[in-house]
Write a protein that binds this ligand. Structure first.
Ligand code: ASP
Length: 332
């Protein structure tokens, strides 16, 4: 019998309706879990957070707590399921994908668009599929189980607030599909790590995400880059990494910020796409930015968070950003 640890952090799945909108209710998810007869052949232990949250409240301390809980329980369980709100699930999945270094067991995040108390809740199938995935011996990575699909955590994005689809991995083949039959696309799965499981302890590093937008925003970004005191920055540029080179200050500010030691990752604002210097306006290598390839903003932020928590040099971090560490990018 497989042993799975569920870490319940909050989110819609375990919420109930109140006069003040949907809210978390301590103990409710636990009582609902007890009704899960279809997975009676799985041994489940549950850790419920003392302060259940709507995932918009997620903080680095929650990630540190999750990483620590998985680390301490690692040898006692076959897999882990994290119950999480959908709003920031892709951020948490990405952070865990990089921070759980050497992971060789499944860590599956799931939640729901409708709470389990709702008759048409998607939470039941999401949860059952997550438990099923968490029992897969060949799955060595952090994934999201949602709407009958298993997605790589560091490729996923929240794509809908009002459809059951919830998440998508932007054109990438899912890792499994839970139809009437379950299709496990194992050729897409990460290979087992040969290294020891050595999770990284996160530090509260100062990282910023900035999106370009025509007009005053561009002036503001240029001004901000000239003075801002951060260690890492994700710059969401246009198309395949283009920036307005004719702007009087922007390029210079980016270059100066890089010279001040800020590690800047260039990612595209486009939902599905990759940084490439196809255009004159995309020839920005000289500015010191590191190409984020086809990483999502969520993955780029998570990668910076984790790499900047290590004692790697800035040069090593800049190089590591271009490597495919957890299936997050297409390495050229
Ligand atoms: N606001 C909720 C949360 O992220 C949304 C959800 O769970 O679907 O906690």
């Amino acid at each position: 019998m497989k042993k799975i640890l569920i870490i319940y952090t909050g989110g819609t799945i375990g919420m109930d309706y109140s006069d003040n909108g949907l809210q978390v209710v301590p103990g409710l998810f636990k009582s609902q879990l007890q009704q899960l007869a279809p997975v009676a052949n799985v041994h489940i232990d549950l850790i419920e957070y003392e302060n259940l949250i709507d995932s918009s409240e997620i903080k680095i301390t929650h990630w540190i707590q999750m990483i620590d809980q998985i680390k301490r329980a690692y040898t006692s369980y076959d897999g882990f399921v994290i119950i999480h709100g959908t709003d920031t699930m892709a951020y948490t999945a990405s952070v865990l994908a990089f921070a759980l270094k050497g992971l060789s067991k499944p860590v599956v995040l799931t939640g729901a668009q409708l709470p389990l108390v709702h008759r048409r809740s998607d939470g039941w199938s999401n949860l059952i599929d997550a438990l099923y995935a968490a029992g897969q011996e060949d799955l060595h990575e952090v994934v999201i189980s949602f709407d009958h699909k298993l997605l790589r955590g560091c490729r996923a994005r929240k794509v809908s607030t009002d459809k059951f689809i919830g998440f998508d991995s932007m054109g990438k083949t899912p890792l499994a599909e839970f139809g009437i039959n379950v299709s496990w696309y194992k050729d897409q799965w990460m290979q087992a790590r040969q290294t020891e499981f050595l999770p990284i302890v996160l530090k509260p590093v100062k990282i910023l995400v900035i999106s370009l937008y025509p007009g005053y925003t561009t002036d503001f970004v240029a001004e901000c880059l000239a003075t801002v005191q951060v260690k890492g920055l994700v710059l969401r540029t246009y198309g395949c990494g283009n920036i307005p080179l004719q702007h009087p200050q922007l390029a210079k500010s980016i270059q100066k910020a890089s010279e001040r030691g800020i590690i800047i990752i260039n990612v595209t604002q486009v939902t599905e796409g990759c940084i490439a210097s196809n255009y004159t306006n995309g020839k920005v290598e000289g500015l010191g930015m590191v190409s984020g390839s086809d990483m999502t903003t969520e993955a780029a932020l998570a990668k910076l968070t984790v790499l900047l928590s290590t004692d790697m040099s800035d040069t090593a971090i800049r190089a590591a950003i271009g490597y495919n560490l957890a299936g997050e990018l297409t390495q050229k």
